[in-house]
Design a protein around this ligand. Structure first.
Ligand code: FMN
Length: 315
């Protein structure tokens, strides 16, 4: 499945990922307070479409205060599940007692999850990390509190809060969590290629994997993994034409949902990801950063034909 990513897992990127087989996707994390206040930016983050299913909304909260209000608003949106974020390591978030800060208070996290489970009309899941730091690895304890609260599945990123997004993934700890829970465990952390995804399944015996950075500029990773696990087939990366068609489609979708100027602003980072590793790409990227016009951007995408035979993942 596609992991939640703030600033990334918006509706267009979810649709692109789903077109290659991502079986479940999430909104970016959204603060319950902002949802309950029907904040404008938040409404945009809740934007979805009929093909964008099944979809989870990821919630951020320090306590139960705005949960009921947020659930009232969310009831109007018809989502498939609610995921609670106890994993975000950003100081701006943890300073307020949210995200990974709740790993230090497993009992409190359990109480918040219980309220969510009791009030929500859809399944509730939680996303955790292995612990706050290397000296306080407590994912098993946290996971047991969460399971007790009645959640339906648990997502675990196999790093501590202090590790952020670097350092090695603790496969052993994910396995320990998997061994102790009855509910499904979905593993996250360095699921960057088919071989790493395979390793995650083999070592942890997890029930599913969430792909995050591995899908940036490479939504084909879902097709590659699904074909391998379902049919035992190793598919090669996309052809040059397919890659360029998908980049165009992604641009079309961001413009459809955000308008030309804003859409192109959003799309630039995706363009950088799609063109990662291409030698001599800088002048084209610079051009992409200077234009706010769809026609010009499409011409820039066309120019990728000059590079495509040299793309690392098609060689
Ligand atoms: C740009 C970015 C934004 C992220 N935002 C969220 C988020 O909003 N909620 C969340 O639970 N995890 C978030 N994550 C964490 C990912 O879901 C994932 O657990 C983590 O990146 C580890 O997977 P990876 O090593 O395969 O990238 C984010 C990761 C990245 C790179």
């Amino acid at each position: 499945m596609l992991a939640p990513m703030a600033g990334v897992s918006d509706l267009p990127f979810r649709l692109i990922s789903r077109s290659f087989g991502a079986s479940l996707a999430f909104t970016e994390m959204i603060d319950v307070r902002a949802i309950s206040h029907r904040d404008k930016r938040t409404r945009k983050m809740l934007m979805t479409s009929p093909e964008d299913r099944p979809l989870g909304v990821q919630l951020l909260a320090a306590d139960e205060k705005y949960i009921a209000g947020a659930l009232d608003v969310l009831a109007e949106h018809n989502f498939d599940l609610l995921d609670f974020n106890a994993a975000c390591p950003t100081p701006k978030v943890t300073r307020k007692g949210k995200g990974a800060a709740l790993l230090r208070e497993p009992r409190k996290l359990g109480a918040i999850l219980k309220i969510l489970v009791d009030c929500a009309k859809v399944p509730v899941t939680v996303k955790i990390r292995t612990g706050w730091d290397a000296d306080s690895i407590n994912a098993r304890e946290v996971a047991l509190y969460a399971e007790d609260a009645g959640i339906s599945a648990l997502f675990i990123h196999g790093r501590t809060k202090i590790q952020g997004y670097s350092g090695t993934v603790d496969y052993k700890n994910i396995k320990e969590v998997k061994d102790v829970l009855k509910i499904p465990v979905i593993a996250s952390g360095d699921n960057l290629s088919l071989s790493l995804i395979k390793r995650m399944f083999d070592v942890t015996a997890c029930d599913g994997v969430a792909v995050a950075r591995g899908a940036l500029g490479n939504p084909w990773i879902f097709r590659e993994a699904i074909r391998f696990f379902q049919d035992g087939v190793h598919v090669t990366g996309p052809t040059a034409d397919e890659r360029i068609a998908v980049i165009r489609k992604h641009l079309d979708l961001v413009i459809k949902y955000s308008g030309e100027e804003r859409g192109i602003g959003i799309f630039r980072k995706f363009f950088v990801w799609y063109t990662k590793g291409l030698r001599g790409i800088k002048p084209l990227r610079d051009k992409a950063f200077r234009t706010s016009k769809k026609d010009q951007f499409l011409d820039i995408i066309e120019e990728l034909h000059r590079f495509e035979t040299r793309h690392p993942s098609t060689s």
